[in-house]
Design a protein around this ligand. Structure first.
Ligand code: PEP
Ligand code: MG
Length: 866
């Protein structure tokens, strides 16, 4: 068997693509092969990482390959690794197949030691630069390899600046930095119990191990779980010749986007720091300048950057996010990748790129993440509210959020259980990831648009205001524009404008723009699945239609029995001892139901409306026993008590036990249909749906009841009668049930509950959270369909149902109907439609189109770069 090869130079062809080389490695290799200015280097493959994970040691042969590639680097650069005179310095950077910003570790300036730092100083005539690089190496190596707390180094740097009475790192002299190196070495020795490794080769190999190890850190695991990244991908390691942005005024470093990552507008967006190394920008320690500053300070490199960016966008046919460094006016690109962008930017960029002829409409549809569309559908701050802005920062990630402030990630998780929180930090680090997930929004003092907080929040679709200078954080207080706040005090942030307000602020529903409509129009042309909405009242029906719903897939009629005028009558019905008593109350409920149905039918004119008859156990309409108004009510509450009400007298069982209830509902539906037909000239398309059916006989009887009442009220109006599939037995006996059904609608909330024997009311607050944390289950089955279990039952129901009745209409109305992966599964199953809440309709339209495109062979889009 041929020996596995673990290392590839950027200029060497490798066939494994991003899976093998990681996103960053592939990007560097492609850029090298395109002739873009990239420093020389090589990539250690993800195969090596996986082998390391198994053996907890570098695999055989890897060290030799690394040595050989270091020698090649020496030849290419004319410098020597470990030399005292003109040392070759390298960076070691992680890079997985899927981008995990800031989640894993990077070490810069490897190859320096006391002698090499002197050599570098002499060779460059810049001692300041040499010792600045050296102190950074000791800190990064200490943090990443030895796990030393970075604050130890930061405070030593802070103390030195204070002593010298200077503001900026760049104000420190060469001698100051020499002194700082000694301090850092002492910290290193104290914390690690050994001296900082002087040997360049040892530094490199230890750094490679540390990057492999960083794949498994808790923060990386949390990030992977939050973003559904498989555990066994592993990371590649890139060893790259160092280029220096911290060599003085003719050098610098920055991050740039080919289009605005917030809005998608064409143009140049980014940030630049002169005389600095890359991590200064990313960590948000110094607040950078806008790109325009570079146009004047480094005009030649600026022009070259612009033309290179244009080339990269044309090559990758997507918006790029680029890291670059200028060393003595020479431009180098360190990374390019598909830019993380807000939903608005994703839409704008996709539409513009179609207009520019860069991509097709199908590609544009495939490039939008359906879950991200949600961002556009979230509330924003009411522009007309007269508000006092307490502070202003950068508009790092759009959307508005209110919540009690918390100062650390653990408190965010804790307090978020009781209500919304906003995480307030100097800056965020990857260790804060769990707090960022728990918070509604993020506010930071430091950092730019490309800081950790900004990038991660944007990816999560959470509001973020960064670089907020008017905010200071004390031991357990925050002062915002002069007002001092404590943990739990409420603030509101507007990530779209960067504004911060004290207290809660009125929010408005979001505006859907033209790009949104354009992309969804293209999506509609691709999809086969229809998308309906779950709506119980005329207002929701109108909104659903605006969002593009093609009908109502679930109108839960029980919601119509609440409200001041209705609930007492409903209770009277439940408390009645006789059928006559129940009928008298039902007669008074009928007009309410009828008028609600009329409103919904009119809102949905021309589109089908599925009305589901009463489903919940009756006790849900009565108060707790202690709140009963009299003994009769208390007795009834006791009598209705069941140990497992969700498996009890509910759904069609109620309809069979108390047929007068369903009779009234069917009568109200039929009368409403007739009234609407008389008023508008068009009959609504009514589908009467019976819940929780498990036996053919249940539906057969209820169908008879439906037809009898319908014939009395609206014999001339066509309608369908069908059932939800919510219990495994119904799925298994779908052929028999189909004989008496015109349609099935999968109620996957209950079908999940009944198939998994997970209580939908309790599981998430109890064992399910632990199951997800411990990895017993990968996903919450109430969110994403359990394809292997529940999905299999659905498949059986489809096959058997359609086997018995080919024209059987099939849909889904459980929560899964608005979840992209579940929508894709429904497409695969060949359902006719999915139904979801109105706000998720656009997302379902897009997900359905992507499923159709995938089936047609235009696979999911894979972003470029790492
Ligand atoms: C379901 O069970 O999936 C469903 C849609 O019905 P409900 O959530 O009202 O029980
Ligand atoms: Mg149900």
């Amino acid at each position: 068997m041929a020996k596995t090869r673990y290392v590839y130079g950027f200029d060497e062809p490798a066939t494994g693509g991003r899976e093998l080389l990681g996103g960053k490695g592939v990007g560097l290799a492609e850029m090298t092969q395109l002739g873009v200015p990239v420093p020389a280097g090589f990539t250690i493959t993800t195969d090596a990482c996986r082998a390391y994970m198994v053996a907890r040691d570098l695999p055989d042969g890897l060290e030799d390959e690394v040595d050989a590639h270091v020698r090649r680097l020496e030849e290419l650069t004319g410098k020597r690794f470990g030399s005292d005179d003109d040392p070759l310095l390298v960076s070691v950077r992680s890079g997985a197949a899927v981008s995990m910003p800031g989640m894993m570790d990077t070490i810069l300036n490897l190859g320096l030691n006391d002698a090499a730092a002197e050599g570098l100083a002499a060779r460059t005539g810049n001692a300041r630069f040499a010792f600045d690089s050296y102190r950074r190496l000791i800190q990064m190596f200490g943090e990443v390899v030895e796990g030393i707390d970075g604050h130890r180094f930061e405070s030593a740097l802070g103390a030195l600046k204070q002593q010298r009475d200077v503001q900026q790192d760049t104000d420190l002299s060469a001698d100051d930095l020499r002194e700082l190196v000694e301090t850092f070495k002492a910290i290193y020795r104290e914390e690690a119990g050994a001296d900082f490794a002087a040997d360049a080769r040892a530094q490199l190999l230890r750094a490679v191990r540390a990057v492999f190890e960083s794949w498994d850190t808790p923060r990386a695991q949390v990030y992977r779980r939050a973003h559904d990244i498989p555990e066994d991908l592993g990371t590649a390691v890139n060893v790259v010749q160092m280029v220096f942005g911290n060599k003085g005024e003719r050098s610098g470093t920055g991050v740039a986007f080919t289009r605005d990552p917030s809005t998608g507008e064409a143009g140049l967006y980014g940030e630049f720091l002169s005389d600095a190394q890359g991590e200064d920008v990313v960590a948000g320690i110094r607040t950078p300048q806008p790109m325009e500053a570079m146009r004047t300070s480094l005009p030649k490199a600026f022009e070259q950057l612009i033309s290179t960016m244009r080339r990269l966008e044309e090559h990758y046919r997507d918006m790029q996010d680029i890291e670059f460094t200028v060393e003595d006016e020479q431009l180098y690109l360190l990374q390019t990748r598909a830019a993380k962008r807000t939903a608005a930017a994703a839409l704008k960029a996709a539409v513009s790129m179609v207009d520019e002829g860069l991509i097709t409409r199908e590609e544009a549809v495939n490039r939008i993440d359906p879950a991200q569309l949600d961002q556009l559908l979230h509330p924003m701050i009411d522009p007309n509210a007269g508000l006092t802005v307490a502070a202003k920062g950068l508009n790092a990630s759009p959307g508005a959020a209110s919540g009690g402030i918390v100062f650390d990630a653990d408190s965010a998780v804790e307090r978020a259980k009781a209500g919304p929180v906003v995480l307030v930090r100097w800056e965020t680090t990857p260790d804060d990831i769990h707090g960022m997930i728990a918070a509604q929004g993020i506010l930071t003092v430091h950092g730019g648009m490309t800081s950790h907080a900004a990038v991660v929040a944007r990816g999560m679709g959470k509001p973020c205001v960064a670089g907020c200078d008017d905010l200071t954080i004390g031991a357990d207080t925050a002062t915002i524009g002069g007002t001092t706040l404590r943990e739990g005090d409420v603030i509101t942030i507007d990530g779209g404008t960067g504004r911060v307000f004290i207290g809660e602020v009125p929010l408005v529903a979001p505006q859907i723009n033209e790009d949104f409509e354009t992309i969804l129009g293209w999506a509609d042309a691709q999809r086969r699945l229809k998308v309906r909405a779950n709506a119980d009242n005329p207002e929701d029906a109108v909104r659903a239609r605006e969002f593009g719903a093609q009908g109502i897939g679930l109108c839960r009629t029980e919601h119509m029995f609440f409200g001041e005028e209705r609930l007492p009558v409903m209770q009277e019905m439940i408390l009645a001892d006789t059928e006559a008593g129940r009928r008298s109350a039902l007669d008074r409920l009928l007009p309410f139901q009828q008028s609600d149905f009329e409103g919904i039918f009119e809102a949905m004119a021309g589109l089908p409306v599925t009305i589901r008859l009463l489903d919940p156990p009756l006790h849900e309409f009565l108060p707790a026993e202690a709140d009963a108004v009299d003994e009769k009510m208390a007795r009834r509450i006791r009598a209705l008590h069941e140990s497992n009400p969700m498996l009890g007298t509910r759904g069609c069982r109620l309809g069979l036990l108390y047929p007068e209830i369903y009779e009234m509902q069917i009568r109200a539906i039929a009368r409403a249909a007739r009234a609407v037909q008389e008023r508008t000239g068009d009959a609504p398309l009514v589908e009467v749906m019976h819940p929780l059916v498990g036996f053919r006989e249940e539906l057969a009887r209820l169908r008879d009841l439906t037809e009898t009442v319908w014939a009395q009220e609206a014999p001339e109006i066509e309608h369908l009668v069908g059932t939800m599939i919510e219990v495994p037995r119904a799925a298994l006996r779908a052929d028999e049930i189909a004989e008496v059904a015109d349609f099935f609608s999968f109620g996957t909330n209950d079908l999940t509950q009944t198939t998994l024997a997970f209580s939908r009311d309790d599981a998430e607050g109890k064992f399910l959270t632990a199951y997800l944390q411990e990895g017993v289950l990968e996903r919450n089955p109430f969110e994403v369909i359990d394809i292997d279990g529940v999905g299999d039952l659905m498949r059986i129901a489809v096959e058997r149902g359609r086997g018995a009745k080919p024209e059987l209409k099939l849909g889904i109305c459980g929560e899964h109907g608005g979840e992209p992966r579940s929508v894709a599964f429904c497409h695969e199953l060949g359902l006719d439609y999915v139904s979801c809440s109105p706000f998720r309709v656009p997302l379902a339209r897009l997900a359905a189109a992507q499923a159709a495109l995938k089936e047609a062979g235009s696979g999911a889009y894979v972003a470029a770069g790492g």
